[in-house]
Design a protein around this ligand. Structure first.
Ligand code: FAD
Length: 351
């Protein structure tokens, strides 16, 4: 009888959960998946990025290898999340109108081919005419996009993983090689730990946002010439609205700054269409501070030999785009595992 094998996936953020589900669609008959993490969807920690995300999809035009790879992963994720939203409303994903206004668009936003490459897959995409763009802004677009309630979506994926036969273990790994010892016959460890294990290319990007009860019906992003943004993102299933946000590389401050909160809310009151009965006042639920797990050059997706018959498959460093890239990354990791013989070379049905 063939020996049973356990594949350990480290990390229960959006990347680990998406990857574990994708691997489950391709498992051999003697393989099973054990999800090991310090934090699971019911936990909150500044170092666990997923629950704190907006999370919406806003394409990023660009022609570097990283940008092109991400654009491909983001498009596949968009198509996948459209199917999930239609089939399973409890997953916490809704499609709404997305609006962008840029004060100083970089060259890639002024090149029509580059804009088409990044945006044309979006439902009802259109560039805004100059008279439709608010005063002071120079570029604008509208399209159909998704917004996600991250704690709900992550809990949904975890539930699905367990129902499909996956096991979980809450555990803090001191070293990635420890993962090979957490079950009998572990040949493959998939590293979806966000920041990796002491990778010198990894760094964090602090994000501060504010969750308010005031509803909005669209996600709107204003990007200013100094590189800062204002955005509002409705969270499906009555999850409130995220008002954002900051992007602060290498800033380890875990405390919300009252000055940042005041600036975010002042901008939001000026620009975003809250219902008239709010009187321009915000009903704040909480301040949010999270650390986006970024990596120079983008995500690391590759197989590393960890000794005879042992492999580590890396999938970390999603930065500020983990939800946007999640399904594309999960599919790429699964395909890589099939190519390298860590999974059978066959993919079963989607969803
Ligand atoms: C304020 C803010 C707004 C954002 N908005 C958006 C958005 O609109 N769209 C978007 O796509 N993204 C957004 N992001 C980014 C998104 O949240 C991240 O890209 C994503 O959550 C990264 O997912 P991950 O699974 O790689 O990492 P994480 O969610 O951080 O998960 C890492 C997992 O690894 C586990 N782990 C780590 N080390 C160990 C260890 N030693 N032992 C055991 N387990 C370990 C953790 O416990 C956790 O389960 C935002 C982030 C922030 C902070």
């Amino acid at each position: 009888m063939p020996e049973s094998e356990v594949i350990v996936v480290i990390g229960a953020g959006v990347i680990g959960l998406s990857t574990a589900l994708s691997i489950q669609q391709t498992l051999g008959s003697t393989q099973s998946v054990l999800l090991v993490a310090r934090d699971f969807p019911s936990d909150t920690s500044v170092n666990y990025a997923s629950p704190w995300a907006g999370a919406h999809y806003r394409p990023v035009p660009g022609s570097s290898p990283q940008m092109l790879r991400e654009a491909n992963q983001a498009q596949r994720t968009y198509n996948y999340l459209k199917q999930v939203a239609a089939a399973e409303p409890a997953a916490g994903i809704t499609f709404v109108q997305g609006v962008e206004h840029l004060e100083a668009p970089p060259p890639e936003y002024l090149d029509s081919q580059s804009v088409r490459n990044a945006y044309s897959h979006l439902d009802e995409f259109r560039s805004l005419a100059s008279e439709e763009i608010p005063v002071g802004m120079r570029w604008g677009a509208e399209y159909g996009t998704y917004v996600i309630n991250p704690p709900v979506y992550c809990a949904y994926m975890l539930r699905k993983f367990i129902l499909k036969g996956g096991s979980t273990k809450k555990y803090v790994l001191e070293n990635i090689n420890e993962a090979f010892t957490l079950a009998g016959n572990v040949k493959t460890v998939v590293n979806c730990s966000g920041t990796g294990f002491e990778d010198p290319k990894s760094f964090i990007i602090r994000g501060q946002t504010c969750l308010v009860r005031n509803p909005v019906s669209a996600t709107i992003t204003r990007q200013y010439a100094d590189g800062t943004w204002s955005f509002c993102i409705p969270r499906p299933l009555d999850g409130g609205t995220i008002i954002g946000g900051t992007r602060q590389p290498h800033d380890w401050d875990p405390n919300p700054s009252p000055e940042i909160r005041a600036r975010l809310l002042t901008n939001a009151a000026k620009w975003f269409p809250f219902t008239p009965d709010s009187g321009g006042q915000f009903d704040v639920i909480r301040d949010i501070v999270g650390r986006r797990p970024a990596r120079e050059g983008g995500m690391r997706i590759e197989v590393e030999q960890a000794g005879p018959g042992k492999n580590i498959v890396h999938a970390y460093g999603a930065g500020g785009r983990g939800f946007e890239l999640s399904r594309g990354v999960a599919e790429d990791v699964t395909a890589l595992m099939c190519e390298t013989g860590l999974l059978p070379a066959q993919v079963k049905a989607a969803l």
